[in-house]
Design a protein around this ligand. Structure first.
Ligand SMILES: [Zn+2]
Ligand SMILES: [Zn+2]
Length: 230
């Protein structure tokens, strides 16, 4: 099930070349579906500046939202890894800002998550904790936990991610991530299980790495909930 040798294939869509897993079940949980394009007959004018389309002022579809824009309002080509595009694709102003922000997640945080970090892990109401290395699988679909025991949590089954901080001030301030509460649906069960991760004082662990892992997980959770809302 959690095989990491997922085969990918190149697919040509009207919006550009995409690199998709051969098996749809292996799609990264951070991926978004391509939008339906607003049909040509429904947009005589640019949906941003309202310029009328004609044979000189041509319409273009934003690859992220699928709406129609004139060339001026949809001229930016920006990477869109969440839709698996190989090359940067045309996006409207609003979407290109969002996509550019997400690039930080793809360029940095995703790597931090896959590199993994050490935590002290407690399950449910259990008292005993275990020191475990937690990392995201290469296909982004699982959290692997390795200590004396081994667990695989399916990312798609995680329902809440709550980051625990210390030094929290109401205005934001200099808070530091010290742990995380995860709720997830265990296979074959309707009940939510809980796991608590805390940055451990263990010799082998690096607190700074664990804190950046938690920050990356916080960002990941935001992207996950966004894609589920669609
Ligand atoms: Zn326009
Ligand atoms: Zn757009």
């Amino acid at each position: 099930m959690s095989t990491e040798c997922d085969v990918k294939k190149l697919v040509r869509s009207p919006s550009g070349l995409r690199m998709l897993p051969e098996n749809r079940a292996f799609t990264s949980p951070f991926c978004l579906e391509e939008p339906h394009w607003v049909p040509d007959r429904e947009c005589p004018r640019c949906m941003h500046c309202e310029a009328k389309f004609d044979f000189i002022n041509r319409k273009h579809h934003c690859r992220r939202c699928g709406k129609c824009f004139c060339d001026k309002c949809c001229s930016k080509k920006v990477p869109l890894p969440r839709m698996c595009f190989v090359d940067p694709v045309r996006q409207c102003g609003e979407c290109s800002v969002i996509s550019q922000k997400e690039m930080e997640f793809y360029d940095r945080q995703l790597k931090v998550l896959m590199d993994g970090a050490t935590f002290s892990v407690t399950q449910g109401s259990c008292e005993k904790s275990e020191t475990m290395v937690c990392r995201l699988s290469n296909n982004h679909r699982y959290l692997f936990l390795d200590g004396e025991s081994h667990y695989e949590l399916e990312v798609a089954q995680i329902s809440t991610v709550q980051i625990l901080t210390e030094g929290f001030t109401p205005g934001g301030g200099n808070s530091r991530a010290t742990g995380m509460l995860l709720q997830y649906k265990a296979p074959g069960s309707d009940y939510l299980k809980q796991m608590k991760f805390t940055t451990s004082d263990d010799f082998n662990s690096n607190k700074k790495m664990s804190a950046s892992w938690l920050a990356a997980m916080h960002k990941a959770a935001k992207l996950l909930y966004e894609s589920r809302e669609q």
